[in-house]
Ligand binder design. Structure first.
Ligand SMILES: Nc1ncnc2c1ncn2[C@@H]1O[C@H](COP(=O)(O)OP(=O)(O)OP(=O)(O)O)[C@@H](O)[C@H]1O
Length: 932
């Protein structure tokens, strides 16, 4: 365990070597793992172990921007479903099925993208508050009651994207002059998953796992920051809420309920957006200008193209430099603040370069937003989950034909051989863009294992691309280093600008009653004059609570989080963008890709987990360049909760070893056999979150040694019903059915079989089997249900020494966890420092004096990165800890616990095998609550 891990460090009172037994204890759950073989691994036995605006406001004109009411969209049109009776085209590289089809087989490629690792938990939960029970005073009781649910919610949101972002089903993916505007966004994931009942383990032979042992240079990129484009804050015009807005606030709130079921089509978004040609799109003139730039990429020609294509007079800081680097074929990394206009850095080269530009983006929602933002001159498309095969085929055709210039894909696409095969043809990729490139680095705030697939060598081999553009708004020096190493970007090709725009005024205050302080802040100047406000919370329950409180106090507010239905989230975002709602109270699920230019204030009701996250979120404010306000409420409770949550990803070497044993249990047959690990039971069995499991698996695939090849995820259990022809007769004419009958069990009239058993015995791919079943279904022969989503893989090499591999993996995961804790501490310290500057630390006001301090802290953090070390703020363990542990172990003597499991329970941190829903009922839960 890492030294920073306060909660777990308390476990040092117990043995640090959990697996004393030579074999793992029985699982705490009655889970079944669907693997091709369940033989124990022989290696396992080795296991041991600016006074700005106010000062100047009288000289400044109030904002003339008044909220216009766009027409209420046609809900029915947006929700329209396409016919379910489609037939997969056998010649297509993809077979993608409709989400709405109840008995659909999720295609392998699809399932992988719908359920990425590291970004969500499958256990969203919501707390419904009754008005009468609302109590905004901080009370211990409230905290105790809410926390387990809040923790779950946070787990689903914290990692940087919502489950829905991944499950979103989009039926339109090609834009440009060819919009089909029917989209559907069912939240496929996370809305229906309940925590399975967990039983406390029964007495095993090995006794308690916890021994009662009561006695017992990284290179820096410290670059001189360029002078900011944005000058002194005092030169910014403040934004004002107009009288009209003030008067109609409550009416607008009512109006927002009128279109309760309304869906707004994509094409109506961004009503406030300027540029993009400003309606003066003239293809001939643009083509001529593009041709001029090809001949002479001078600054003047590029500015002319910018003006024609976007309607902007000049480039923003860093844009021209980046474009010229890319046009010169140099792989480049661009680190520009949020809202600084990074998209143009690849869009303009995409117009000029001969081949296509592939943009890798972490979220489907982001891809769609970026697609919509392409200027009319660029044809773009998205390839992602949920598309129909016809759409995919059409996109591929347009790509090969050269019509599509920009293609958006997720990193998981690079796992799909069908996708990669497109590039083996004559398709020329001129540029590969890695958006949110910090996801490559495990030291970033948002590591995505699938981004490990983005290595220059692999990309060159697979896409034959030489020029790579990495873009991010938030990268510390170690993160930048990781990106540049992975993508082989020379250190000279770094375009780095300040992380915070100068038009943002930053402030913070300590709060013991945040809702009241928040209300006071919003009702007082200057925020009282701001039209559009985003309030960020950490937990879903907080968003509901805060929005209701604000609404009760006459402020038009709506909560937004991944637990809401996709259509509701979309409606809220639309209403916010069209100024029908003044305040959105959101979790991190809101904002990625949101380009509402006139957001005048971003308020952090809860502290973010890192300065990266803070910078990303305040970057939603003032994208129009006007002076905007960012206030943060700091409270110790949130800090401790977040710290605790960070420990919930921790995993024991013992469990890693068990997991590896399971993964490589089929080590005897390496001849392309496909294996699987069903996610949910495995998560409980190994007490590992799904994101941790996929991180380990990705490491096994892409780490120093290539032990396996990960395949797209798949539902591996199929329950089949025959309808027209009898099973035996159908089997006579169909070898797949014959094999299914051989391999299936009959349960309640259904033939239940493991997909991979059939796949391995016939020697076809899982996708082919899915397609075959789908065809039989379309012919009316069968219906079927799929379940048990699993990681699928083939084994390339079995590790020689499981113990050392487990130790290595544990150390690596623990370093990632420590890095996250440091980030949280750095965030806390930066804000505390700014608050200490202020005479009245608890006064929630936009205190301009704090801005330079916060900026300086942010700057030095991004320069020093992981070397930034903060003293441990946690209290000493309670003097009764040892006695508590003893009593705990005695009273649960029938169960076996690792030290980490005990530490987590004592700190009130749920985990897959010891969920808070079960363990919070014991009085040991949170016994060791931290205090400052
Ligand atoms: N040269 C320019 N002049 C004026 N506005 C610009 C210019 N370039 C881009 N913009 C506008 O700035 C806004 C932000 O651009 P964009 O979305 O590309 O920023 P970003 O850096 O990608 O932000 P984020 O990191 O938040 O995604 C957009 O509305 C865009 O049209």
């Amino acid at each position: 365990m890492n030294s920073d891990s306060d909660s777990d460090s308390d476990a040092s009172h117990v043995s640090a070597t959990p697996p004393r037994a030579s074999k793992p204890p029985p699982s705490s759950s009655s889970s079944t793992l669907f693997t091709s073989s369940s033989k124990p691994n022989p290696n396992f036995s080795k296991a041991s172990s600016s006074l700005p605006r106010m000062a100047n406001s009288k000289h400044l004109k109030p904002s003339s921007r008044v909220a216009k009411q766009p027409p209420i969209p046609d809900a029915k049109h947006s929700e329209k479903e396409s016919s379910p009776d489609w037939t997969p085209l056998p010649t297509l590289p993809y077979q993608i099925r409709r989400v709405s089809d109840q008995s659909r087989a999720i295609s392998s490629s699809e399932s992988m993208e719908m359920l990425p690792a590291g970004f969500f938990s499958k256990s969203p939960s919501f707390m419904k508050f009754r008005r009468s029970s609302l109590n905004f005073e901080t009370s211990e009781d409230n905290r105790t009651l809410l926390e387990p649910i809040q923790l779950n919610n946070a787990e689903s949101e914290i990692a940087g994207c919502s489950t829905a972002d991944w499950g979103m089903k989009d039926e339109v993916f090609s834009l440009g002059n060819r919009v089909k505007s029917v989209r559907k966004h069912p939240n496929l994931i996370g809305t229906h998953v309940s925590v399975p009942p967990i039983k406390v383990r029964k007495c095993g032979g090995e006794g308690n796992f916890v021994k009662l042992n009561m006695n017992g240079g990284k290179r820096k990129f410290v670059k001189k920051l360029n002078r900011r484009k944005y000058g002194d804050r005092s030169s910014y015009r403040p934004r004002r809420k107009t009288k009209t807005n003030l008067k109609t606030e409550n009416c607008e709130e009512a109006a927002s309920f009128c279109d309760e079921d309304g869906l707004v089509t994509e094409t109506t978004q961004h009503p406030q957006k300027q540029g993009n040609g400003g309606g003066k799109f003239d293809p001939t003139t643009i083509e001529e200008t593009i041709s001029n730039v090809r001949n002479d990429p001078s600054d003047d020609n590029l500015v002319q193209l910018l003006t024609l294509a976007y309607g902007y007079d000049s480039f923003q800081d860093g844009q021209l430099e980046a474009i010229k680097m890319v046009l010169a074929g140099k792989s480049t990394i661009v680190v520009l603040p949020t809202g600084a206009g990074k998209s143009i850095c690849y869009q303009i080269p995409a117009m000029i370069l001969p081949g296509i530009t592939v943009v890798v983006s972490p979220l489907v929602a982001l891809m769609i937003d970026q697609l919509k933002q392409l200027p009319p001159v660029i044809q773009g498309a998205v390839l992602c989950s949920g598309q129909r095969s016809e759409e995919v085929a059409e996109t591929v055709r347009l790509l090969i034909q050269g019509t599509i210039k920009v293609l958006f894909v997720s990193p998981e696409r690079f796992q799909n051989t069908d996708f990669l095969s497109i590039f083996s043809s004559s398709l020329v990729v001129s540029l590969l863009v890695v958006d949110e490139a910090h996801c490559i680095s495990e030291w970033s705030h948002n590591f995505r294992p699938s981004y490990m697939r983005l290595r220059a060598s692999l990309l060159r081999a697979e896409l034959n691309v030489n020029c790579i553009l990495a873009m991010t708004a938030t990268a510390t020096t170690s993160t930048m280093q990781a990106i540049m190493t992975a993508l082989e970007i020379p250190s000279d090709n770094l375009i780095l600008r300040t992380t915070v725009r100068k038009n943002l005024q930053l402030s913070a205050s300590m709060s013991t009653n945040r809702v009241k302080d928040l209300l006071r802040l919003i009702k007082s100047s200057p925020i009282s004059e701001v039209q559009s406000i985003i309030i960020y919370c950490k937990f879903q329950s907080e968003t509901d609570l805060v929005s209701r409180y604000l609404s009760d106090n006459g402020i038009s507010a709506k909560s937004y989080h991944s637990g809401l239905l996709a259509k509701d989230r979309k409606r809220i975002q639309e209403n916010f963008c069209s100024n029908k709602i003044r305040v959105v109270v959101a979790t991190v699920a809101f904002g990625m890709g949101l380009d509402k230019r006139d957001v005048g204030a971003v308020i952090h009701y809860s502290m973010p987990e890192s300065l990266e996250e803070y910078v990303q979120e305040i970057g939603r404010a003032g994208r129009d360049g006007r002076l905007s306000y960012c206030h943060l409420f700091l409270d110790n409770d949130t800090y401790f909760k977040l710290r605790s949550l960070m420990h919930s990803d921790g995993v024991d070497e013992y469990n890693i070893n068990k997991f590896l044993s399971e993964v490589f249990s089929g080590n005897n047959s390496l001849c392309g056999k496909v294996y699987s690990i069903v996610k949910e039971p495995a998560s409980r069995k190994f007490d590992m979150k799904e994101e941790v499991m996929i991180t380990i698996l990705t490491y096994l695939e892409l780490g120093e040694m290539h032990y396996m090849r990960l395949l797209p995820q798949l539902n591996v259990t199929c329950s089949l019903n025959f309808h027209k022809t009898s099973p035996a007769m159908l089997a006579d004419k169909d070898i797949v059915v014959a094999e299914i009958l051989k391999k299936s069990e009959t349960k309640q009239g259904q033939h239940v079989f493991d997909m991979l058993t059939v796949v391995n015995s016939i020697g076809i791919s899982a996708t082919s089997l899915s397609n075959h079943l789908q065809n039989l279904k379309l012919k009316g022969e069968v219906t079927y249900e799929m379940k048990d989503l699993a990681y699928c893989y083939t084994i390339l090499k079995t590790p020689e020494d499981f113990c050392s591999l487990s130790a290595h993996l544990r150390k690596w995961l623990s370093e990632i966890q420590t890095s996250k804790l440091r980030k949280l501490d750095a965030m806390f310290d930066a804000v505390t420092c700014a608050i200490n500057l202020c005479g009245k630390k608890t006064e929630a006001c936009c205190n301009f004096e704090q801005t330079p301090c916060l900026e300086e802290k942010i700057c030095s953090y991004f320069q020093e990165g992981d070397t930034y070390d903060t003293p441990n703020k946690m209290s000493q363990s309670s003097p009764f800890l040892r006695a508590d542990i003893k009593v705990f172990l005695q009273s649960n003597s029938q169960a076996k616990f690792t030290p980490r499991a005990v530490a987590r329970i004592m700190h009130g941190i749920g985990s897959p095998a010891y969920p808070s829903t079960v363990w919070s009922r014991t009085h040991f839960w949170k016994k060791e609550s931290p205090t400052l």
